[in-house]
Design a protein around this ligand. Structure first.
Ligand SMILES: Cc1cc2nc3c(=O)[nH]c(=O)nc-3n(C[C@H](O)[C@H](O)[C@H](O)COP(=O)(O)OP(=O)(O)OC[C@H]3O[C@@H](n4cnc5c(N)ncnc54)[C@H](O)[C@@H]3O)c2cc1C
Length: 426
């Protein structure tokens, strides 16, 4: 069997890695690719902080044994997932070592590290423009220069995927995706890393009163990637003066911490952050020989750092699936949807708080109750971090023992005004 993967981003590379165990694989990537970890146009998000969740790190290590050590040798910073400094509306999280490895690095380093380890043929500079469909099944892709035959086509072309339009051209109607939009904007600048700066230092935005936040991560090359985040349309600006004022307005004293840091880049913006999921599993007439994974199916608001981990979980589904006829592909898409369900529930419940009167419903209310618990109780912090990093299921947050423990920490439902951050917890 020959599989063609559209897109050589992280989902595409991971799909190629797993499919390569049972078939010939060709990856088609529209960008020209470099051996070096460099920014490229097809992945505009690569300029911004990319947190690799613990579960994602574990899956990558399982797929590419020794990858973590290689990335550390290339400058990535290894830390403990509990050893992070994060301010939520009620205070600093109860920083507690958890024994969970957290790798901090830039997206280009992660992607090139993975690409080097993938055996499949990666053809770069190849722009896919459509599907070749015959007799109700996909038998290849059309490119700007011709076509490439395939028994299976995997769409891993990310947020900008044109799959719905390509299917429409073949007479298959795909419903509009479900969209949850917190209207978050990112602005990122890289600095020299001050010597004692933590590996991860962040202030999380929190609906409805605290739309501003920041995530700063040490990455390879002794650099610090600083992403200012503004929800509900309160976006950080691109000009350096405005960016600095945005940082000055935060509760965390990041401006002071950056006083001696030298900016190494301009400020880069990104604002297409809405969470968006396509119910491909329910599309009548879905053709055989076609599946989709990664952001092309379900893209999350990046503030939760879920995309790479979910893509890895979806790529691993290729180990269990061998039937790629029309029914098999629908069954595959059902599994893809199932894999992203927990992550979608967590992030969309929080994000609905920005726009809906119900503020994310019962789950949104319950997650806000956790804000006090994770500041004051190391055990609740440990449980929450394990769920956020997808090591444990969200179901572990819902037991009678947890309810009892959580009930000790009541907090007003709405944080009132801007509170002082208090001293850094070090
Ligand atoms: C600002 C931002 C920050 C993020 N931060 C995080 C984070 O902290 N942690 C995390 O886990 N995730 C994060 N994500 C999400 C993460 O980038 C993706 O979920 C992850 O990379 C998987 O995406 P993908 O491979 O499906 O798509 P992408 O990484 O976008 O790759 C798609 C690839 O397909 C190629 N392509 C597109 N169209 C075509 C075509 N027609 N023909 C050929 N090639 C094509 C593109 O050039 C690209 O290489 C962030 C996303 C954004 C937007």
């Amino acid at each position: 069997m020959k599989a063609v993967v559209i897109g050589g981003g992280i989902a595409g590379l991971l799909a190629a890695r797993v499919l390569g165990e049972s078939c010939e694989v060709v990856v088609l990537e529209r960008d020209e690719l470099s051996e070096r970890p460099e920014h490229r146009a097809g992945v505009p998000q690569g300029r911004h902080t990319h947190g690799l969740l613990v579960r994602g790190g574990e899956l990558l290590e399982e797929l590419f044994p020794g990858l973590r050590a290689e990335l550390v040798a290339a400058g990535a910073v290894l830390a403990d997932a509990g050893d992070v400094q994060i301010l939520n509306p009620l205070g600093w999280l109860a920083k507690t070592p958890l024994g969970l490895p957290l790798l901090s690095l830039s997206r280009p380093l992660l992607e090139t590290g993975i690409r080097r380890r993938v055996d499949a043929e990666v053809r770069h500079g190849v722009h896919v423009t459509g599907l070749s469909v015959r007799g109700g099944a996909v038998d290849g892709v059309l490119t700007r220069d011709g076509r490439v035959d395939a028994d299976l086509v995997v769409d891993a072309s990310g947020r900008s995927s044109k799959l719905s339009a390509w299917l429409a051209a073949a007479g298959v109607t795909v419903p509009e995706p479900e969209v949850v939009d917190s209207r978050t904007g990112y602005a990122t600048r890289i600095y020299t890393a001050p010597e004692h700066f933590p590996v991860v230092y962040a202030e999380s935005p929190s609906a409805p009163d605290l739309p501003r936040g920041v995530a700063a991560m040490r990455v390879e090359g002794d650099r610090l990637m600083v992403t200012a985040q503004g929800a509900a349309g309160d976006h950080p600006p691109r000009d350096p003066g405005g960016y600095q004022e945005f940082l000055d307005s935060l509760r965390v004293p990041i401006s002071e911490m950056l006083a001696d840091a030298e900016p190494l880049t301009p400020v880069y913006l990104f604002a297409r952050t809405a969470s968006r999921r396509n119910a491909f599993e329910d599309v009548p007439g879905w053709p055989g020989g076609l599946v989709a994974i990664g952001d092309a199916v379900c893209a999350f608001n990046p503030v939760y750092g879920q995309g790479i981990t979910v893509a890895a979980m979806q790529a691993l589904l290729f180990r269990r699936h061998r039937d790629f006829g029309a029914r098999g592909c629908r069954a595959f898409q059902r599994e893809v949807a199932k894999v992203s369900r927990g992550a979608w529930a967590m992030s969309s419940a929080s994000d609905r708080s920005w726009s809906e009167a119900r503020r994310g419903g019962l789950l949104g209310w319950y997650l806000r109750k956790w804000q006090a618990g994770i500041v004051r109780d190391p055990d609740l912090f440990r449980r929450f971090v394990r769920v956020v990093h997808m090591v444990d299921s969200p179901a572990t947050l819902f037991s009678p023992a947890v309810f009892r423990r959580l009930a000790r920490y009541s907090r007003p439902d709405r944080p009132r005004g801007r509170r002082p951050a208090g001293p850094n917890p070090r």
